[in-house]
Design a protein around this ligand. Structure first.
Ligand code: FMN
Length: 197
């Protein structure tokens, strides 16, 4: 796996998305990123950072030490990842708002994030959606069932506590490691139960 698209939407927990991008880039992957307008608002509110919608170069807070991060506008449905012929190995929407989750479940593709998700489903490539919401309405539970039936992985942002977390970032890393494990990447972000590496 060499290229993983990450969509960051306007759900709480944008730090999960940022930490995921940094982990993927740090492992040497190419990471095209798209941030929804609401995602930008939540980035400002929760992390105090500004994501410029016109700036393609990833800011330091997003790319970390990695080289392979690039940022695409939400409306850029002409981006390469919009086509199944382009080799995007997997896509993760993290965090995933229930609005975007509903749109993907129902095949809407009104922006780059939704379109990439649709492409992953139709091409049979890995798609992971990371909702943060709780509690969940029957509407959202049904949308999640639709997605699972279509081959997507719904991976709620529910950190475990068995790795003896000391900081919020330890909890964030636990969720991100669930994502990277599901992608089959050997990235060790937190200690594993039983020491299995
Ligand atoms: C601070 C903040 C936190 C939010 N948290 C959530 C959330 O956890 N889940 C959710 O579905 N929507 C949440 N929302 C609402 C979404 O941002 C809103 O539904 C938006 O239309 C989603 O659009 P997007 O999917 O294009 O990003 C939040 C909004 C704000 C301002």
């Amino acid at each position: 796996m060499k290229r993983v698209f990450v969509g960051i939407t306007g759900a709480s927990g944008v730090v999960y998305g940022v930490t995921l991008v940094r982990a993927l880039a740090g492992a040497g992957l190419q990471v095209p990123v798209c941030i929804s307008p609401s995602g930008r608002k939540v980035l400002r509110l929760e992390m105090g950072v500004e994501a410029d919608p016109e700036e393609a170069d990833a800011p330091e807070w997003l790319r970390g030490s990695g080289e392979g991060v690039s940022v695409f506008p939400h409306e850029a449905v002409e981006a390469p990842f919009s086509s199944g012929s382009y080799r995007t190995d997997a896509a993760v929407i993290c965090p995933c708002s229930l609005g975007t989750l509903a749109a993907v479940a129902h095949g809407l593709s009104g922006n780059l994030i939704e379109r990439v998700a649709e492409v992953m489903l139709k091409e049979g490539r890995p798609l992971i959606l990371v909702p943060r919401e709780t509690p969940l309405s029957l509407v959202s539970l049904r949308n999640m069932t639709l997605l699972a039936e279509a081959g997507a992985v719904v991976l709620p942002a529910c950190p475990g506590f068995y790795h003896e977390p000391r900081t919020v970032l330890d909890l964030v890393r636990h969720v991100v490691s669930k994502i990277t494990d599901r992608l089959g990447l050997g990235i060790d972000l937190v200690p594993r139960w039983g020491g299995g590496g």
